[in-house]
Ligand binder design. Structure first.
Ligand code: GLC
Length: 449
């Protein structure tokens, strides 16, 4: 019984080599459409940011909003690709912080910044330059301004969509009495990650996040950004925020369809809903729920909890995949905690297989998307490309990063040696500081202290 259930699941979640190659073709078409402002599921947002020279200098504060934590970092860039003097503060965001009003959310950010300044004894009279990493689809209007197109990842504070988020931040700073802070840069986490890595690695031209949400950015030639009238510095390139989480040309299972229908943003962020940490647990819950109702799992005895939306977090999938016991004893403990009285070994194997399939599909989609971006920049992969990557799924989901590398090999054959994937931890905030330095023009000679 369970064997055929597993076979059906395997078929549902399979993404063959041929399907990935088709996905790459569709990705290229959508990228081109997005760059020329035709309707596309890929927004391809010009960021007004470019790769750094490695000579950027100065002291900065960076804010990082976009996942389960809000982070504040202070750091000093010394040129020559070196930074120092980090202070970090992390604030956990509760659901009510991110779904009430924009005024409350931005008020919370300003109060946290005030606390950070006080605790780190930064003089209130000192002029402070700040980089703001705001990881949502933002229609940028300049390096330090942009309007939120739509919230993603369960955020929903009212009165922010369609508004300039830097203006909202400045207003909240003034209200907290810290209006002396200058917001110099507005950036996405993928852009921060790319910029942070390329401060010391000239081959870095792609930034990827696979965490609560998923997205990527890359360095594009200005003349290919058809929808952009003007220029950006004289290097002839600009970083494009792809917003790949919204790519919608993927084969969806009935579980994906149900998840999407019941989500707070139906028909949006389809790739994100198959790949990112915010949704992996929910896909798993829907599979388990479906198998319970078919009496394939737990003899059909459904713990009521399994009807609760978002009951399972991404960590559940991680913990199941981390179970190294031969009798899946750790998985049994996890299921018992969720109210399953006495799962059989067969049940445990089905749950384990479901987690493997969800995670493998997520890795294959991510790898194909990475190859699509690299081959958009360099169709025959002649040059070296460093992919700066960060995010809890990439870093913590057992076997995930290995699988991505393996699939990149499967898709690019010999040229995969040219594609280097580097975990770039916390690059998003650090990159925002570098962009703030570019924006203020604080660039010294590379051999200066
Ligand atoms: C979501 C956001 C995107 C961000 C990504 C990773 O997809 O829309 O801007 O980069 O999550 O945090």
């Amino acid at each position: 019984m369970s064997l055929s259930a597993i076979k059906i699941l395997e078929k549902d979640f399979e993404l063959s080599g041929e399907e990935m190659r088709d996905m790459i073709k569709d990705f290229h078409l959508e990228m081109d459409k997005g760059l020329s402002e035709r309707f596309s599921s890929l927004k391809m947002i010009p960021t007004y940011a470019d790769k750094p020279t490695g000579k950027e200098k100065g002291k900065y504060i960076a804010l990082d909003l976009g996942g389960t934590n809000f982070r504040i970092v202070s750091l000093t860039l010394k040129g020559r690709g070196i930074s120092s003097g980090h202070h970090v503060m992390k604030f956990k965001l509760r659901n009510k912080d991110i779904t009430s009003t924009g005024k409350k959310l931005f008020g919370f950010l300003a109060r946290s910044v005030k606390k950070f300044i006080e605790e780190n004894r930064i003089s209130p009279l000192q002029h402070i330059d700040l980089g703001f990493t705001f990881s949502f689809p933002v229609r940028q209007t300049g390096i330090d301004s942009g309007t939120l197109v739509t919230w993603t990842k369960g955020f929903g504070a009212s009165g922010v969509e369609g508004r300039d988020v830097v203006a909202l931040l400045k207003k909240s700073f003034e209200e907290e009495g810290i209006g002396n802070i200058s917001v110099r840069a507005l950036t996405n986490d993928t852009v921060g990650t790319l910029v942070a890595r390329s401060y010391s690695d000239r081959d870095c031209d792609v930034g990827v996040i696979i965490g609560t949400g998923t997205n990527a950015c890359y360095v594009e030639a200005l003349h290919k950004i058809k929808k952009l009238g003007g220029g950006c510095r004289n290097s002839g390139t600009m970083i494009i925020n792809i917003e790949w989480g919204n790519f919608n040309k993927l084969k969806a299972t009935r579980y994906d369809e149900q998840l999407d229908k019941e989500s707070d943003n139906p028909r949006a962020q389809m790739l994100e809903k198959m790949v990112s940490g915010m949704y992996l647990g929910e896909v798993c819950r829907l599979i388990i729920k479906g198998l319970i109702s078919k009496k394939i799992l737990f003899e059909g005895a459904a713990p009521a909890g399994f009807n609760k939306k978002m009951l399972l977090k991404g960590e559940f999938v991680s913990q199941v995949l981390a179970d190294r016991t031969s009798d899946l004893a750790d998985t049994k403990v996890l299921l018992r905690r969720l109210g399953v009285k006495d799962p059989s070994f067969e049940d445990l194997k089905v749950v384990r297989r479901a987690c493997e399939l969800i995670s493998t599909r997520a890795a294959r989609i991510s790898a194909a998307a990475i190859v699509a971006v690299v081959t958009k920049i360099d169709p025959h992969v002649i040059r070296k490309h460093t992919i700066a990557i960060d995010g809890s799924v990439y870093e913590k989901l057992p076997g995930f990063s290995e699988k991505i590398k393996e699939v990149i090999g499967e898709l690019s054959g010999r040229s995969s040696g040219k594609i280097k994937i580097t975990l770039t931890k916390d690059g998003s905030g650090y990159g925002a500081a570098i962009i703030a330095a570019i924006s203020t023009g604080k660039i010294g000679a590379s051999d200066e202290e």
